[in-house]
Write a protein that binds this ligand. Structure first.
Ligand code: SAM
Length: 458
């Protein structure tokens, strides 16, 4: 089996694999890289990523180190035989090479010139569950990074774990859990392999998930079953997944809990000790950790009642209230993005540098006046008042220029005042997380087996 780009991405991008394109800090686009036939007669053949920052034929994104910056191409991305005129550019925003500079576009030199003349750029990133969560096509509400990172450690998901998940939904949690349980497939024997047993009862979501698992080469680690788990439980092909970690993101998790027991549960809620043919989906020799994810407190109450009835212990509830703080040095005139929130183009940079020089002159004069009136401050200050002029360390610019010549010598990282702001736009779907543990059954047999393994036991 081909290694999954999520688990063993290698050092460089390759054909038929998923890559995440970073268009700006919070704008990611997943694409499957396709092998193109290259540039023929000055025209790029094959798939192209068209963005508002320019066009990127897949041939320019292939076989480069993950994390590379790629400049937009001005090579025509139409197919051969459909050569377009320059004014076609307006209609579909796809740049094409200059047709009237008298140069033969098919020569390498002309192509290189055309490519260098491009403006925007993107970064090509290796897929991670976090980037996938940020960019995946939503079919349902999804579990976001702050929640799943906490959930996975609480339910003890680690390399080699057998994990049950329902429902699969858009696969956000599935990808994160696949990485958590991955322990080197296919190098391990079948029984030692970490595995995610995922269940989804909506047919089209199930089919879409199956496609994604295959195209992300996760078949060896994620097994998805089309199933109503309230009715039919969690066995796979009639066999027990022997799970030790469980995550339920379902509208009514309490309806599924009676299947997650060590013995058959009767309608009365009592366990049936007589039915030895009943198969439990849980590992009989280990404690099992569960998390259910519900948006309403009424759902939590019903889940907790059912967990108690079925003998689960250590029940508690957590809500993750995550906030992202942006901490930065306030440096006059330095833009990190252009006015559209995108990576800056060379034109944006020129504009920023001109602005920086002007601001710098003003700041410099301000500092001179300050120094004449009182001794210079030595410590950096923190605070939210970002409207006041900077009073510390803005005297040395990030660029070298005439204005900077006589500026105070201060290391770049010390320039500007520290400011911080909370960022409210962090995506998360607030839900209550209920955790519980179903202890391993501990009888004389388990005690004897444990003592036999322990050298001092006898
Ligand atoms: N955790 C997922 C993620 O991170 O992308 C999102 C799960 S979504 C909120 C809930 C899913 O549970 C839906 O896709 C729904 O079809 C599925 N579902 C609801 N009831 C189910 C049942 N009885 N059996 C299996 N799946 C069920």
């Amino acid at each position: 089996a081909r290694p999954s780009p999520f688990l063993e991405p290698g050092l460089r991008t390759g054909p038929d694999t998923l890559a995440i394109v970073s268009l700006s800090r919070d704008n990611f686009q997943p694409i499957t890289l396709e092998q193109s036939t290259g540039v023929v007669d000055g025209y790029a053949e094959g798939a192209t990523l068209n963005t508002r920052f320019g066009s990127f034929p897949h041939s320019t994104l292939l076989d480069i180190p993950w994390g590379s910056q790629v400049r937009a191409s001005v090579v025509d991305t139409g197919s051969r035989g459909r050569k377009r005129r320059r004014d076609d550019v307006e209609s579909d925003n796809t740049p094409i090479p200059s047709q009237d500079d008298g140069e033969d576009e098919s020569t390498p030199a002309a192509l290189a010139k055309a490519v260098t003349a491009s403006s925007g750029f993107v970064y090509i990133l290796r897929p991670t569950p976090e980037l996938w969560t940020t960019s995946l096509p939503h079919r349902t509400q999804v579990v976001y990074i702050p929640d799943y990172s906490y959930v996975l450690q609480r339910i003890r998901a680690r390399p080699g774990t057998k994990l049950i998940e329902a429902g699969a939904g858009s696969g956000s949690f599935t990808h994160a859990s696949a990485r958590a349980v991955y322990n080197g497939y296919p190098r391990n024997t079948k029984d030692d392999r970490g595995k995610v047993f995922s269940f989804e009862f909506n047919k089209s979501r199930f089919e879409k998930m199956q496609e994604e698992i295959q195209s992300h080469s996760l078949e060896g680690i994620v097994q998805i079953t089309h199933r109503d788990v309230y009715k039919d439980g969690f066995l796979v092909g009639g066999k027990s997944p022997k799970a030790t970690s469980i995550f339920l993101d379902l509208p009514a998790p309490w309806e599924a809990l009676h299947h997650l027991s060590r013995r058959k549960v009767l309608k009365s809620g009592k366990e049936d000790d007589q039915d030895d043919s009943w198969v439990s989906p849980l590992d009989p020799d280990r404690s099992v950790h569960i998390c259910t994810f519900s948006p309403c407190i009424e759902q939590v109450t019903r889940t907790v009642t059912e967990l108690r009835t079925l003998g689960w212990t250590d029940i508690d509830m957590v809500e993750i209230a995550n906030k992202r703080f942006g901490v930065m040095r306030e440096r006059v005139g330095v833009n990190v993005t252009n006015d559209k929130g995108a990576n800056p183009t060379p034109a944006d940079v020129d504009e920023a540098v001109t602005k920086l020089k002007k601001d710098l002159q003003r700041t410099h004069e301000f500092h001179k006046a300050q120094q004449q009136s009182k001794p210079a401050s030595t410590s950096s200050d923190t605070g939210m008042d970002i409207d006041e002029p900077a009073t510390n360390g803005t005297s040395k610019p990030a660029i070298k220029g005439e204005d900077a010549q006589d500026a105070e010598e201060e290391p770049v990282f010390m320039q500007g005042r520290i400011v911080h702001r909370t960022e409210t736009e962090l995506k998360t779907h607030t839900s209550y997380l209920v955790f519980a543990v179903l202890p391993q059954i501990w009888g004389q047999e388990a005690e004897d087996a444990a003592m036999a393994k322990w050298p001092c036991g006898k």
